[in-house]
Write a protein that binds this ligand. Structure first.
Ligand code: GLN
Length: 286
């Protein structure tokens, strides 16, 4: 068989190949251009949407210092939970908007879709877990009894049988008070009212979270009031989202873990409990 000489074959094959290549190159370039245009479009509008719409509506009840409160004469919400909510929002890329409502209105507001997250020193309980999804715990608390200093009768919750107890409506403190035999329990909308009622001797005791009672006493409440007995069993605070919103709960947990880790990384030797690491990280973020 006689082959054509290489020299004659070469120009044809080259021409053929370059023709296909040209078409391929054009095709690839148009595909790249199309993809680039599409992604640029997506990215652009996506970003604009995010900036405009990524708002985290946080519900709280601000008579719970030092976790959530309004400094005298100020409308701003301050406290540990408020800082935490803002830090988490920042971490997740949301603008945080805080809404003030009754403690007993928080879970209904979540489930009605009026707020996205509760940050209100809310204890994780089995009962509430049926209604909402909680984040990982971020603070360990517990209930305590507060009485007037001149009360020599009440030494612990056991001595509250048949007595008058003030609590905040919808709280674990209210649940606890309702387990006391023959007690007359009054549920107030705010912790401020409950404390005032004790001061006015309208009740014999208040049952509330120990760190909140401690703060109240330290801020001057100790002129007339004191705690009795031990802190009752531990309760863990969690941030709550609408039941089944695992996506948001996941984002919150991720942000919480990052804050915890930042607290660890900053190697604060004095602060070793989980919430201290978080508060340290939150503090440093401010
Ligand atoms: N930790 C308590 C609860 O979850 C009280 C919370 C509060 O009064 N803000 O019921």
């Amino acid at each position: 068989i006689r082959r054509p000489p290489r020299s004659t074959l070469f120009p044809y094959t080259t021409l053929f190949r370059s023709c296909i290549m040209k078409k391929l190159v054009i095709l690839m370039m148009s595909v790249i251009a199309a993809v680039a245009m599409l992604t640029a479009g997506c990215g652009g509008s996506d970003k604009a949407d995010k900036n405009a719409e990524k708002v985290l509506r946080v519900g709280t009840e601000p008579t719970f210092a030092p976790f959530e409160f309004q400094e005298e004469g100020s409308k701003e919400y301050t406290g540990f939970d408020m800082d935490l909510a803002r830090a988490i929002g920042k971490q997740m890329g949301y603008k945080v908007e805080i809404q003030n409502m009754g403690f007993d209105a928080l879970i209904p507001a979540l489930n009605a879709g009026n707020i996205d997250m509760v940050a209100a020193g809310m204890s994780i309980t089995e009962e509430r877990q049926k209604a909402v999804t909680f984040s990982d715990p971020y603070y360990t608390s517990g209930l305590i009894v507060m009485v007037n200093k001149d009360n020599t009768e009440v030494k612990s919750i056991k001595d509250l049988e048949g007595k008058r107890i003030a609590v905040q409506i919808g709280t674990t403190g209210e649940n606890k008070a309702r387990t006391v035999k023959d007690a007359k329990v009054t549920a107030y909308n705010t912790n401020t009212e409950a404390a005032l009622e004790l001061q006015n001797k309208g009740v014999d005791a208040v049952i509330n979270d120990s760190p909140v009672v401690g703060y109240y006493l330290a801020q001057g409440g100790n002129k007339t009031a004191m705690t009795v007995g031990e802190v009752m069993e531990a309760e863990q605070y969690g941030l709550a989202v609408k039941k089944g919103n695992d996506k948001l709960a996941g984002e919150i947990n991720k942000a919480l873990a990052e804050l915890k880790k930042n607290g660890e990384d900053r190697k604060s030797t004095r602060l070793n409990s989980s919430h201290s690491k978080i508060s340290y990280a939150v503090f440093c973020l401010k």
